[in-house]
Design a protein around this ligand. Sequence first.
Ligand SMILES: [Fe+2]
Length: 336
Amino acid sequence: MNRRKFIPRLLMSALGLTFPNALLRAKAPLTLPMEQSEVTFSTEGNEVKCYLRGIPAPTRLLHVTDTHLFMDDERGKLYQPYSGRMAKAYNETIHFETGESTNPEKSFLETISLAKEQKVDLLGLSGDIFSFPSESAIEWVMELLTDSGINYLYTAGNHDWHYEGMKGSLHELRETWIEKRLKPLYQGGHPLMNSQSINGIKFISMDNSLYEITEEQLAYFRKESNTDAKVVLLVHIPLYAPGRSVGYGCGHPEWGAKTDTGFKIEGRERWPEKGHSPITFDFHKEVFQGGKVVAVFAGHVHKQTIDIVNGIPQFLAPPNAMGGFLDVEFLPLGKG
Ligand SMILES: [Fe+2]
């Protein structure tokens, strides 16, 4: 067994969640002798299978995050003092599976082709698709998505709207560049919060690219998750899980000015002295203790990881800059 497949299995095994190979390959509705079980997960490599009680049909999600496209043209010249570092950050990458040389543009094209070929129900784009808000890159992505006809839901990452060194608060800069550049990606929906219901699953996207959640977003989350549907959350910054660094910073108790080591190099406002607002902590609590969310999908740290917090898994996809994505199947769970 290769290392990529071995590590998730080791993790699931450590959690007492081992599954036979036949189950990992199963396509038919699953029957388990567990009357109360509502949800069960298995993983192999970058494939995730999730059995959910009560959903009427299989649903396929391709979760894509951290492509870091950096293409630019004449229109970006004015912004080169702010885009230079990130324009060089991911020019050539190593493919997450094959180990061969690749790049963000090639990776994104291959991922879109796969999504189209596999007729996925949803392409979940969870941020840092861009390394900075270049008109040329955003137009390229919009054209690809429109031509493909793929159903998608996009939420921004911290790099999508950020030109390093540009003056302004992070809240102001996010608002400005969403309005100026990223707006078409939201397809008329609210840029900071959106949802789609597919086959008994409500996919909720929340922009937490400032590591924080606003009052309006928390109210939206409460309203949207008050449903009989199974709720799947799509965010850029991973939610705090015990033992993780401040990279898993949404709701992290140590997140704040003291632990912000990147503000100088990233040319941005420092995280607040006081750390998170109570709203962000409330959001974190409601995701993991509210009884509605069945899974969280995030990115940002550029590593494939799984955490299980209060029984709810949080999956981080391998970065799409390296050809990575998560191929997620939600399948009906039958009565035991
Ligand atoms: Fe990223």
